[in-house]
Design a protein around this ligand. Structure first.
Ligand SMILES: Nc1nc2c(ncn2[C@@H]2O[C@H](COP(=O)(O)OP(=O)(O)OP(=O)(O)O)[C@@H](O)[C@H]2O)c(=O)[nH]1
Ligand SMILES: [Zn+2]
Length: 363
């Protein structure tokens, strides 16, 4: 029936459910789990979940498990058994490293090794896609469809959910208008919206670049702190302005402003990472302690927008060789890497040095 939600629409609903603190059911047939995001779990909801007959585990990524010295029997994740006396505070400390140093968790943490972790893995991917900390409270359900229907909860079929999470959602142009900017009066801003209603991304076109020649291009990941506030902890603000100024001088170019704040973990998690950096961890270590990879961005987005705008070849302004590889992998020809070294200062020297050493950036 046409009124029934599609898998992508159910995913969008599941993300907002988790963000407001509602559980979601993952499952099919006789195998399922009820999952609740640790970050938004209210005490009464947690108690209701624990009152169910099944054992309760908290899925965390191997990155977070390593910090907590919990054995990750499932490879990329661990299922921590929730002790009977554990409360909401325990759960918060498991998920959020903010208090790792001042109040380390009392171990050892017991982790499950029997049974399948497939649904738990899916739950973590779902948390990340909702920009929540990757820590999910899980309990098994023998009849997931019935449970979801009885409790008015969103039910996700694991196979379709996994497919949806792995897939790139095409970006459609929804609006564009002339936008004179300091760097060039011949600016035009285009808005692109993914077909699953996810976050929008922008393209600023300068002049009228020839579609048959490599265009001067920049894929800029959103950085509220650097781009808007002029933060000195990174080099994003100066990179943004320098790229636009160079395009203005050249008379043509395209800058994609991708809403992948914090290398894809979202601003809230980036601030959690900054707080860890204040405690002495570097930018990569901080991401890992939170349970994320160093870089969670999806570079298919940039390639898709470029192609839709008619660009097949770019002169890419970046110091990140991975971006070049990713663009080439997505079928965009990079005829030249144009270095964009600017905005170094005493606050970001260590950050830039870490990126060069650990993430392969060229300085
Ligand atoms: N998680 C996290 N993200 C950060 C941090 N500092 C900056 N960012 C984000 O990193 C992104 C910019 O990525 P960079 O690695 O600086 O640059 P890049 O885009 O990969 O490479 P360039 O093209 O050379 O600039 C933006 O989304 C910023 O919000 C940090 O300490 N932690
Ligand atoms: Zn920045």
């Amino acid at each position: 029936m046409i009124l029934l939600p599609t898998p992508a629409e159910l995913m969008a609903r599941a993300r907002s459910d988790l963000r407001v603190g509602l559980p979601v059911v993952l499952g099919d047939g006789a195998e399922g789990v009820l999952v609740l995001a640790a970050e938004t779990a209210r005490a009464d909801r947690l108690a209701a979940l624990r009152a169910l007959p099944g054992p309760v585990t908290v899925a965390i990524t191997e990155r977070r498990a390593e910090t907590l010295k919990a054995r990750a029997y499932d490879g990329d994740l661990a299922r921590v058994v929730m002790p009977p006396d554990a409360d909401a505070g325990w759960l918060r400390d498991l998920a959020d490293p903010a208090r790792d140093l001042i109040a380390p968790m009392k171990g050892p943490l017991l982790t499950a090794r029997d049974g399948s972790a497939g649904l738990h893995r899916l739950a973590l991917l779902l948390a990340k896609s909702a920009h929540l900390l990757p820590a999910m409270v899980c309990t098994p359900l023998p009849d997931p469809a019935q449970f979801a229907s009885d409790h008015l909860l969103t039910l996700l079929r694991p196979e379709t959910a996994a497919e949806d999470l792995a897939q790139h959602h095409p970006l459609l142009p929804v609006a564009a208008a002339r936008l004179p900017i300091e760097a060039s009066e011949a600016g035009r801003l285009h808005i692109f919206r993914p077909d699953n209603g996810g976050i929008e991304h922008y393209a600023i076109e300068i002049g009228q670049p020839d579609r048959d020649a490599p265009v001067l291009a920049r894929l800029h990941s959103a950085c509220f702190t650097g781009d808007v506030l002029g933060s000195l902890k990174c080099d994003c603000g100066p990179q943004l302005r320098t790229a636009l100024a160079d395009m203005g001088r050249a008379g043509a170019g395209v800058l994609l402003y991708l809403n992948q704040e914090g290398r894809g973990i979202g601003l809230t998690n980036k601030m959690r990472a900054y707080s860890l950096q204040d405690q002495g961890f570097d930018t990569v270590e901080a991401n890992h302690r939170l349970g994320f990879e160093d870089d969670e961005r999806d570079f298919r987005i940039g390639a898709d927008i470029l192609r839709r705008m008619g660009f097949g070849a770019v002169r890419l302004m970046t110091n990140n060789p991975r971006k070049v590889t990713m663009m080439e992998g997505e079928g965009i020809t990079v005829t030249e890497r144009v270095p964009l070294v600017t905005g170094t200062n005493r606050h970001n020297a260590h950050y830039l040095e870490t990126k060069a050493r650990k993430s392969g950036h060229l300085l």
